[in-house]
Design a protein around this ligand. Structure first.
Ligand code: PAN
Ligand code: ZN
Length: 191
């Protein structure tokens, strides 16, 4: 007998998260960002071009998910995996975005690796939180967010956010973040 469902109502399901390795073994979606997808984001554009050509355009990060409807009431979730590495002296980072629906927050539970979550508001507020295995970062509504990998391992997180949130990359592409994170002389510096 066919089930009658309201719009946006789906059947329950479960998915395995590999907590030890910070991954989702059987995602149905894998979004990848390579170095060539990051043009315009790093301070040293020349170093990025070298990484693309001589470095064989390495994977920067991947997002693993089994999507649910992008609708109010649902919770989107994914595993975000940011590779270790540098573009010149700047540490690998995600593009970063505001949520299109500004009133939506996000939880990042870090499963492995180390780094920072950089956050900013359109009004000029700025914050940075440490990411390390077991630490949860709460990204409040209206805060744009970008993760940065400062370690040698993959920085992996389990992310959860409202289904209707959407992603606004355009504003961050234009505005950037007020600070960048570099490895200079073996030290992590924010400037
Ligand atoms: C995360 C991010 C993920 C990749 O799932 O989408 O870390 O970063 P960018 O989306 O900035 O490329 C999230 O914040 N979702 O809302
Ligand atoms: Zn987000």
């Amino acid at each position: 007998m066919s089930k009658i469902r309201e719009e946006g109502v789906i059947d329950p399901f479960s998915v395995l998260i590999d907590l030890e390795n910070g991954t989702m073994p059987e995602p149905s979606n894998r979004i990848t960002r390579k170095a060539s997808d990051m043009r315009g984001y790093y301070a040293d554009g020349k170093a990025l071009e070298e990484l693309i050509t001589s470095g064989n355009d390495p994977l920067h990060y991947e997002v693993l998910e089994r999507p649910v409807p992008q609708a109010r009431g649902h919770l989107m979730y994914c595993i975000s995996r940011l590779m270790p590495g540098r573009v010149g002296e700047e540490l690998f980072m995600t593009k970063g975005h505001y949520h299109s629906v500004k009133e939506t927050a996000e939880i990042y539970l870090c499963l492995g690796g180390e780094g920072y979550m950089a956050m900013k508001t359109a009004g000029g507020a700025w914050a940075v939180e440490r990411m390390e295995r077991g630490r949860m970062v709460y990204v409040p509504p209206t805060w744009a967010h970008r993760s940065i990998n400062t370690g040698r391992e993959i920085l992996s997180s389990f992310c959860v956010y409202p289904g209707e949130a959407g992603h606004n990359y355009g504003d961050i592409e234009k505005e950037g973040f007020p600070k960048r994170i570099f490895m200079k002389g073996g030290r992590i510096v924010m400037e």
